[in-house]
Design a protein around this ligand. Sequence first.
Ligand SMILES: [Zn+2]
Length: 458
Amino acid sequence: MPANQFLRACSRLFDRHQRSSSQPFNFKIRGILPLVLIASVPFSGLSVANTSEQNEPGAFEFHAPLFESDLEAPEQDPLQSFIEQKAGQEIWREYTPSGNDNIWTFFQNQSLSELDLIELLKVDKAEAYLASLESVVNIRYQLYRNNRLARLSLTMKSGEIVLLQKNEDSLFNLSINSGDHLPEFKTFTGEIQGSLYQSARKAGVSVSAILQFATIFQWQIDFNKDLRAGDRFELLIDDSLKNSQGFDGNILAARLYQKDEVHTAVRYSDSQYYTPQGKMLSSSFSRYPLGKESRVSSGFNPARKHPITGQVRPHRGTDWAVPVGTAVYAPADGVIVKAQKNHPAAGTFIEMRNGRRFVTRYLHLSQLDVKEGQQVRKGDTIGRTGNTGLSTGPHLHFELFVDGKAVDVMTARLPTGESLQGDALKRFKIATQPLISAMNRDQQETLLASKETGTLKN
Ligand SMILES: [Zn+2]
């Protein structure tokens, strides 16, 4: 089915849902047909057993259902919570679509309201841009305090910027900007005194850019505790999008000067941040905490029915049936938030924060090899699988949360941590050199100015 037709079909489906029910519903996408099937499940009473998400027969034997209330939701990154409370709707969020993404997966991944998606699809010409995200480099958006969408902007490969913005009548308006504006570089420098938030605001950095700054270095620095008074930062921001779309957080390059280390990041044409040597700033993230693919005995399924009672009991993780004592490895760099025994449902379990946006959990273990507060590197052994808690057979139950939301690790968009090589690296260096020099120059000027006025420490 062509994409446009598909969107229209789904739009009709949503309209019908909206008329027939005021209940919100969750949908899950893995291609076109499952979407239509699954989207109709929660309100038509069809069995989930009809979808491609169905587990193999006998899969339930391995796993007693884990009730949502048995294990509380992971805590949000403290910096994120603080900034959201403080600045709420000022924050611009950014999303880079991957090959498999469509507008539905984007809405689902970001926990956006389906009602806003329906409204967007009603806008004249919007479908043409939203039908496929293949020609979209990145998506930026702003929310109201009630988490409803205020604006959404798409940067197209052609350079065009498509802005969908709610007007006074709460309807979205579409405007297209040719995008042939010249960048307007602005440099912000400052020194950490008190919190990052205070120090950066004092230096004139927007709230969106502060969050972006912390996200860029989320794998290198824990902004909640690794910053020290006297650390200095330098941000090179393109201000040219401010007038056309209101976006005020476009960091092109960033540098953080710590006591023993300098971290540098530059933004490339793929909207990702790299070191000047062409290494992506993210940790690489494995989908397989057991080190290799094992048999999935029960997959991620937010609408799973309890095999006995028939009630919907979400399965918010992936189960791998493996013998007791199988080593569990950190799938990415992280810090151990919880390492506990004897939880009635989870048994012996670990909760790990990976960067600012990811949390992973490992349930029903037999052994803990880490302590709370411990930093781990990708590949470190953190424990051994078991059969503890509410579990009827040896297996690992693994959960992944992105921005506080449980997602399917098999399909989630995960950081790759790639390094550019060969010609790609050459092109990268040519393209990013001006940004690095611009920063160096400004930093030198800042240093000189500080020296002259005698404010520089050390
Ligand atoms: Zn499970």
